[in-house]
Design a protein around this ligand. Structure first.
Ligand code: 4NP
Length: 157
C-alpha cells in the first residue's frame, strides 16, 4: 500500500517562511503533476487566524503567486498522523517538532534545506526583522527546497 503523499511545512509563526514554502511547493507540485496534499503551520500560537505577513504576500505576488487567502494555524498532534512528510524551515523548528511528535507517529520529519545538496543543516533564515531583500532570499531558499523535495517525492512513487 502506498499512503497518499502529504506535506506540512512548519516554521515559527506560519506567516512568513512556511506559507512561502507552501506556495513554492504548490507551484512545483502543480508544474510536475505530483499528487500531494500540502499545508503549512507554525510551532507558535501568536498569529493563529492571520493572513501571511504583508512582505511575504508581496514577495509571492512578485513571483506570480497570491497567498492572501492563507491563514496561520498552529501545529496539532493529529498533524503527525495525517501528513506523510513534515518539513521544518529551520533547525529550531525541527527540534520543536521532534519534541511535539507523539510516540508511534510514522510521518517523516525533515529539514527543508537538508534536501538541497550543499545546503544540509542550514536554516531558511527568519526574515521577520528584515525587509524586501530578506524576503527575496527566503523565496529563493524555499524555491530551491521545494524543487528538491518535489524531485525526491516524485522518485519515491
Ligand atoms: P515565520 O516568521 O516563523 O517565518 O512565520 C515569524 C513570524 C512571527 C514571529 C517570528 C517569526 N513572531 O515572533 O511573532
Amino acid at each position: 500500500m502506498t499512503a497518499k503523499l502529504s506535506v506540512l511545512f512548519v516554521c515559527l509563526g506560519n506567516i512568513c517562511r512556511s506559507p512561502l514554502a507552501e506556495a513554492a511547493f504548490r507551484h512545483e507540485a502543480g508544474r510536475t503533476a505530483l499528487d500531494v496534499e500540502i499545508d503549512s503551520a507554525g510551532t507558535g500560537h501568536w498569529h493563529i487566524g492571520e493572513p501571511p505577513d504583508r512582505r511575504a504576500r508581496a514577495v509571492a505576488l512578485r513571483h506570480g503567486i497570491d497567498i492572501g487567502a492563507y491563514r496561520a494555524r498552529q501545529v496539532r498532534q493529529e498533524d503527525f498522523r495525517r501528513f506523510s512528510h513534515i518539513v521544518a524551515l529551520d533547525p529550531q523548528n525541527l527540534a520543536d517538532l521532534h519534541v511535539l511528535k507523539p510516540k508511534g507517529a510514522a510521518g517523516a520529519i525533515s529539514l527543508l534545506l537538508d534536501h538541497v545538496p550543499g545546503r544540509e543543516g542550514q536554516a531558511v533564515a527568519d526574515p521577520y526583522y528584515g525587509g524586501a531583500e530578506e524576503f527575496e532570499v527566503t523565496w529563493a531558499d524555499v524555491t530551491l527546497g521545494a524543487q528538491a523535495l518535489a524531485r525526491l517525492l516524485a522518485a519515491r512513487k
